[in-house]
Design a protein around this ligand. Structure first.
Ligand code: GDP
Ligand code: MG
Length: 374
């Protein structure tokens, strides 16, 4: 999506004279790219109209950089599409907040619940997980396993079939324990169906969550708008999390979810692992989408950049050591802290190091050179 829009903008700015026709062609190309990415038709149409209204080529004095103005308008309109204009409820550390996750089966709720809990736990919060999914066999096992891996307290039952009862008991228990973030995972269904929405409403009424987070799979496509709207109509959705942003997706459909729920996207999931979870911010996301900033680095390069930060925390001797595996654990933790990375990443780096020792010797040389000159 980003690539096609960027190309359209590029073509526009290459034109010798930027007139209405060039602008129109550019907007048609952008609209096509958005529609192909499953952004809802009405949203695309609005965007086109808005840009046409904002960019008034005839009124622009000769000195103006027209392509820049158009680029900015496109950027702002894309941001507007993703920005409902209001923020969601923000939990407060030390107070008890209840957050309920809803979404279709397979959208990534259970995974996202754990990621969300883990994200806050890393910041020193005391989260807890409640499994109110009694519909899917194995749901409790899955949550229990995730929670155990992340060392997060959990509540659920193999025997109880009433999700409302479990949700209430879990929330009560963790409120008594002064947990500051009680996360309620709910069941989904394959389709949007009345039974699911009824169950959701009941859990909502019984637990009175401070925030309902709607989880949507980024590959959902055209169906996203209707799906998001159906959830919003059944329960007070306050925020959106988009999952599977790492896959080969069109992604645009999930952007429509923002418009449908009038709620901000707060996180995105970028993989199955607990740490593959990012805070979502509109402007950096759109910049990245359009390739406006250096943030648009291929994943591999990003990794190298991160590894370089880690290496920056190592001494020259450690860099020289031909066998980084000899480094002890406490030193490893020290390096992780020093570089703001996880120990896992330090380990990954070393694994990587072993595989490409030759390349790294060059990087090391560069680093040491930089240390000499700075
Ligand atoms: P639920 O039915 O809504 O609770 O969905 P689950 O949490 O069980 O997730 C369904 C599948 O999607 C699982 O295989 C997850 O590992 C996978 N999944 C969830 N989030 C992501 C993500 O951000 N990226 C990728 N690649 N897979 C994900
Ligand atoms: Mg689940």
């Amino acid at each position: 999506l980003g690539g096609s829009i960027t190309r359209a903008l590029q073509q526009m700015s290459n034109a010798t004279v930027i007139d209405e026709e060039v602008l129109n062609d550019c907007l048609i190309e952008i609209s096509r790219a958005l529609l192909q990415s499953d952004v809802q038709f009405n949203l695309v149409q609005d965007m086109q109209t808005n840009i046409n209204n904002i960019v008034n080529l005839e009124d622009l004095a000769a000195g103006h950089d027209k392509s820049k103005i158009i680029e900015e308008a496109v950027f702002n309109e894309l941001c507007k599409m993703l920005d409902p204009g209001k923020s969601s409820f923000v939990p407060e550390k030390g107070k008890t907040s209840v957050v309920m996750f809803v979404g279709l089966q397979g959208s990534g709720k259970t995974t996202t619940c754990t990621k969300y809990a883990h994200y806050y736990q890393k910041k020193g919060w005391k989260p807890a997980l409640v499994c109110a999914d009694t519909f899917r066999a194995g749901a409790f096992d899955q949550l229990m396993q995730n929670a155990t891996n992340a060392e997060i307290p959990f509540y659920g039952s193999y025997m109880e079939s009433d999700p409302v009862k479990i949700a209430v008991e879990g929330v009560e228990r963790f409120t008594e324990e002064n947990r500051d973030l009680i996360i309620v995972d709910t069941s989904g269904r394959h389709k949007q169906e009345a039974a699911l929405f009824e169950e959701m409403r009941q859990v909502f009424e019984a637990t009175k969550p401070d925030l309902v987070i709607f989880v949507i799979d980024s590959s959902i496509g055209q169906a996203a708008f209707d799906q998001a709207q159906a959830f919003k109509q059944s329960v007070a959705v306050g925020a959106v999390t988009i999952t599977k942003m790492d896959g080969h997706v069109k992604g645009g459909g999930s952007l429509s979810a923002v418009a449908a729920t009038k709620s901000p996207v707060i996180f995105i999931g970028t993989g199955e692992h607990m740490d593959e979870f990012e805070v979502f911010e509109v402007k950096p996301f759109v910049s990245r989408l359009l390739g406006f900033s250096s943030e648009l680095m291929p994943k591999g390069l990003e990794k190298v950049k991160r590894y370089m930060t880690i290496m920056d925390s190592m001494t020259n001797e450690e860099l020289d050591s031909s066998n980084p595996e000899l480094m002890n654990e406490s030193r490893m933790m020290q390096i992780a802290r020093g570089s703001g990375c996880l120990v896992r990443e330090v380990l990954d780096m070393m694994e990587y190091y072993k595989r490409c020792a030759k390349l790294w010797s060059k990087v090391k040389g560069l680093l040491k050179y930089r240390r000499r000159v700075t």
